[in-house]
Write a new protein. Structure first.
Length: 296
């Protein structure tokens, strides 16, 4: 084969690579809370994509009285850095309860069974037919906030939930990934705990950014009832604050930011790829004819 034919084959290979279908990553829903007013908001709309969000369990348990769900969007403060010195000064979503007709209440309670207090986010994955569903978010717990958080997902609109392991990001010093298989007061499986001694003090008031998870369950794809929840991983004696003490049941909260549900769309050729594919096929046929003609 002469030099010109080799060049033609290399060019043909490049064209064929361009012509292959490509899977495009896409954000299904994201909550940055920047589009929301700083006010009480129990169901913040996504800043992009389609989905719903709300909290659970804030109006069920005495803290010290049974209160009313009063989640709100708040502006972060540079002073909210805690032991890991990470702050978030943008809009964030605070999950809590407050006093109703029964008197003072906070919402967060060590009496809540595992997985019954926290926040949930739903986003249809009907545009995904292959690959995985990816989740990422930033999490903040006050000094008296619950220390143990688990991530779960549902494929049936919240009827049942499945535990999934979290991976820590680059600014998550003071947070640890744990796996429980023995205590009945903590979820069986993976969770994260924010009560590690850090910079000479316990955690609390810390922003942990870029917590991620990959959900490889095929049932999570092409699903109108997909959702995630970040909820209490422990109850009773295991339900401790970020200060490492028993939950006081009358103060403390969690906050969230940059909650994102994303995935890879089904692989489809880009419009220009069709043109390149046809051109590559024609070039290949022409090349074969030239080579065959020289061999005759």
């Amino acid at each position: 084969m002469n030099y010109n034919n080799k060049i033609a084959l290399i060019g043909l290979g490049s064209l064929l690579l361009f012509a292959l279908p490509r899977a495009n990553a896409q954000t299904l829903a994201q909550w940055s809370f920047e589009n929301d007013s700083v006010a009480v908001n129990n169901s913040p709309a996504p800043s992009s994509g389609t989905g719903t969000a709300d909290s659970i369990g804030m109006n069920l348990y005495a803290t010290p009285n049974v209160g009313v769900t009063t989640d709100d969007v708040v502006v972060g403060k540079s002073s909210d850095t805690g032991a890991n010195l990470v702050a978030d000064t943008t809009n964030t979503w605070r999950v809590r309860g407050q006093a109703g007709t029964n008197g003072a209440a906070n919402g967060w309670s060590s009496l809540a069974p595992i997985g019954t207090q926290g926040a949930q986010f739903f986003a249809p994955t009907t545009s995904l037919t292959s690959g995985a569903v990816n989740v990422s978010f930033d999490w903040y717990a006050t000094t008296q906030g619950e220390a143990n958080l688990q991530l779960e997902y549902t494929t049936n609109g919240g009827t049942t939930w499945n535990n999934v392991a979290l991976t820590l990001g680059g600014t998550d010093t003071g947070l640890q990934v744990l796996n429980n298989s023995s205590s009945a007061n903590t979820v069986t499986g993976s969770y994260v705990s924010d009560n590690v001694l850090n910079n000479g003090s316990k955690a609390g008031q810390d922003w942990f950014t870029g917590l991620t998870a990959t959900i490889n369950d095929p049932n999570a794809l092409n699903n109108s009832g997909f959702g995630i929840e970040m909820v209490n991983a422990s109850t009773g004696a295991d339900n401790v604050s970020t200060a490492g003490t028993a939950l006081n049941n009358n103060s403390g909260n969690w906050r969230f930011d940059n909650v994102t549900i994303s995935g890879a769309a089904a692989a489809v050729p880009e419009p220009t790829s069709w043109v390149l594919g046809v051109f590559a096929a024609c070039a290949f046929v022409g090349l074969r004819r030239r080579v065959a003609g020289r061999l005759l």
